[in-house]
Design a protein around this ligand. Structure first.
Ligand SMILES: Cc1ncc(COP(=O)(O)O)c(C=O)c1O
Length: 355
């Protein structure tokens, strides 16, 4: 049986920023969820407490060997005033899949779901209301054992923090310029690319930084073995529309199974469109562009929902997609998902969960 969540409310309240001043990940709410794990006890003492620093011994395993996982999802305040989380169960499922890959003990999915819902509920006044804004939810697990040996830790901390975030597109959706990298890779077959683990993000910084210096928004990663097949775009899944078919790389362990990716594939199939999951070579994208069949390229992810790609640069060649404009499919997907998130459209798949 799961222990009840203990609640220790903060006696002070932080000032809330204006919706127009919100950025990403800089401001945190009044409370956080915490639970501990010890080998002999399992996960115990689930609690909501005032937001504040964790105290860690400098020898704490996570600080040295990055045995850490996290997830990211959002809560939205709808036009009806209701607060909705988008597909929280799916995020809990992914959190536990990431945990398994990093030898981290899984959390009871009901407890994990409650940790998200209850923490958002306590800090519900922090969910901004302007269209496009949201409350970002970051569940995280770290190895907390002070031990320098390389092996799975015997103790862990699970915490959930919340951050009000501004609209990703304050001036409307805008296509981005992407550099296709073949010098660096994000993930390799048999590695941890399919898990949302901290090291993947540390490993991605160098290439992303180089791309930014060259005037690109992000990188498009190719597979780590052949440097031939497209994997992901920045921290998003990638989709290409060739002719009437939307194609996205199949999940095979190197790609993070995006919740937005899954939602997009479901919608496309609902609409009777052809949506295929298979390996797609960058050369196929180049050829489709040459023959006029490359209709759209876009990223999918919680942060932006849909991010249209207006231009790809590969081996010194520029591939301008859809004249650098937003494609009709990308726009329709964006509008549909956002309307579901804000409670403005029916939710036939039961993706939202009202708090
Ligand atoms: C590497 C990576 N790929 C893809 C995604 C998109 O996943 P989701 O749609 O669940 O946000 C994310 C963001 O979570 C990511 O970090």
């Amino acid at each position: 049986m799961t222990e009840p969540i203990r609640i220790h409310r903060s006696t002070t309240r932080k000032p809330k920023p204006k919706d127009a001043d919100l950025g990403f990940g800089q401001i945190f709410t009044d409370h956080m969820f915490v639970a501990d794990f010890q080998e002999e006890k399992g996960w115990y003492d689930p609690r909501i407490e005032p937001y504040g620093p964790l105290s860690l011994d400098p020898a704490t395993a996570v600080l040295h060997y990055a045995q850490a996982i996290f997830d990211g999802l959002k809560a939205f305040r709808g036009v009806d005033g209701k607060v909705r989380l988008f597909r929280p169960q799916k995020h809990v499922e992914r959190l536990n899949n990431s945990a398994k890959r990093l030898c981290i003990p899984p959390i009871d999915p009901d407890l994990a779901l409650q940790s998200l819902l209850k923490t958002v509920d306590i800090d519900r006044d922090w969910v901004p209301s302007t269209v496009g804004t949201s409350l970002y939810i970051r569940p995280t697990i770290i190895a907390s054992e002070p031990f320098l040996g390389v092996r799975p830790a015997k103790s862990y901390i699970y915490f959930v923090i919340l951050s009000p975030v501004g609209a990703y597109y304050p001036e409307g959706m805008a296509p981005v310029k992407i550099l296709v990298v073949d010098k660096y890779v994000r993930a390799v077959d048999g590695g941890v690319g399919g898990a949302k683990t901290s090291g993947n993000y540390a490993a991605s910084l160098f290439a992303a930084d180089e791309a930014k210096h060259q005037g690109f928004t992000q990188v498009l990663w190719l597979d780590g073995v052949h440097r031939k097949y497209i994997d992901e775009v920045g921290t998003m899944n990638i989709m290409v529309k060739i002719g009437d078919e939307v194609i996205t790389p199949a999940l095979g362990g190197t790609i993070l199974p995006g919740v937005t990716r899954d939602s997009v594939l479901t919608l496309l199939r609902d609409w009777g469109l052809k949506a295929t999951e298979r390996p797609i070579a960058i050369d196929e994208v180049v050829d489709a562009h040459r023959s006029g069949q490359l209709k759209e390229v876009f990223g999918t992810g919680t942060a932006a929902v849909i991010s249209p790609v207006g231009e790809l640069a590969y081996k010194g060649r520029r591939i301008v997609v859809n004249q650098g404009k937003i494609g009709a499919t990308a726009q329709k997907l964006y509008d549909t998902i956002v309307a579901i998130q804000y409670g403005e459209a029916p939710d036939p798949h039961g993706w939202t969960r009202v708090v």
